[in-house]
Design a binder for this molecule. Structure first.
Ligand SMILES: [Zn+2]
Ligand SMILES: [Zn+2]
Length: 313
């Protein structure tokens, strides 16, 4: 399986600001020396030496992750603003089919859907999965009249088929096995595991790991236990989490504790706080790596979910 991050930001799409670009330029100017400019090679070496927070950006689109199975079937996880970029960047699948899973229907996870080009292609069919019985109603509320969006839901949704999942069961969706479990989040959210050829990938966003329902331990373990790669909510620093108890998100160090308890091999920190700039988010990654070394002796690998990157599972 292969994943591609199209949107990694939480709560609301957050485009990079001019002041943040200026801070990056300032940081480059302060670091460069005359020797760095001497030749093509020295310039390339200097660029390669820049930290990720200066040379790139984590990205501002809200959640959307593409999962391509080993046989090329396309699965989409959430339809935040990242799905618009996905629709502009790739051609539709050879079988003209997507399976789209929603963690929940908060606005940051659905706001890109009306802008997904492939949904307007009459050949493309989309199967939509979630444990929410009112899934279609929630999505339709984004496009109820042309005063609110220029395309009506009834015209947009002609090729969609809705499926309501139950936690604790496993499903065969295309060529992968899928399980889901309820997590702690205002209005509830669901995490999903996808298994194929002995590998397990889990998508778990908008979860407050300190507030998990202990009565649901069996289903949570069914989804998370022994996963190879987990995309996991880690929106907050410790200070922020204390001020935002019951807001439904996690601190990066709890994400690592949870990963260790579930024997997860690799975590991608996800659903980044919209108020944090690239420098702050990369400092969270450094702290998370340090914490993982300290607490798990590196048995849990930690990476940052960054818009545009891909990972093999
Ligand atoms: Zn969210
Ligand atoms: Zn949410």
């Amino acid at each position: 399986m292969k994943i591609h991050f199209w949107g990694v930001r939480g709560s609301i799409p957050s485009p990079i600001l001019s002041s943040q670009i200026q801070a990056k330029i300032n940081a480059v100017v302060q670091r460069i020396t005359p020797q760095d400019l001497e030749s093509f090679d020295s310039r390339e070496k200097f660029i390669a030496s820049l930290p990720d927070w200066i040379y790139g950006t984590v990205g501002g689109n809200s959640p959307c992750v593409q999962l391509t199975t080993d046989t090329g079937k396309e699965i989409i996880l959430d339809a935040g603003s990242g799905i618009r970029v996905m629709g502009k960047s790739i051609t539709s699948p050879s079988d003209d089919h997507y399976s789209l899973f929603f963690s929940h229907f908060h606005w940051d996870h659905i706001c890109g859907f009306p802008f997904f080009d492939h949904a307007f292609n009459p050949k493309v069919k989309i199967d939509i999965y979630s444990p929410f019985e009112k899934a279609e109603e929630y999505l339709a509320q984004q496009m109820p009249s042309i005063q609110l969006f220029p395309v009506l839901w009834e015209n947009f949704s002609k090729n969609f088929t809705f499926h309501t999942l139950e936690e604790g069961k496993s499903y065969q969706v295309g060529d992968v096995k899928v399980c889901t479990c309820k997590m702690s989040h205002p209005g509830a959210s669901y995490s999903y595991s996808f298994e194929q050829n002995g590998k397990k990938f889990v998508y778990a966003t908008d979860v407050e790991l300190m507030d998990l329902d202990s009565g649901n331990k069996e289903n949570i373990e069914m989804v998370f236990k022994n996963a190879d790669v987990v995309v996991l909510d880690s929106q907050y620093t410790m200070e922020e989490a204390q001020a935002k108890e019951k807001w439904g998100h996690s601190v990066f160090c709890y994400a690592i504790d949870f990963a260790l308890s579930m024997n997860i091999k690799k975590v991608y920190l996800f659903h980044h706080e919209p108020m944090y700039d690239d420098k702050k988010i990369n400092s969270i990654l450094s702290a998370a790596k340090w914490y993982s070394t300290f607490i798990s002796h590196d048995s849990v690998k930690v990476e940052l979910a960054v818009e545009g990157i891909e990972a093999e599972i």
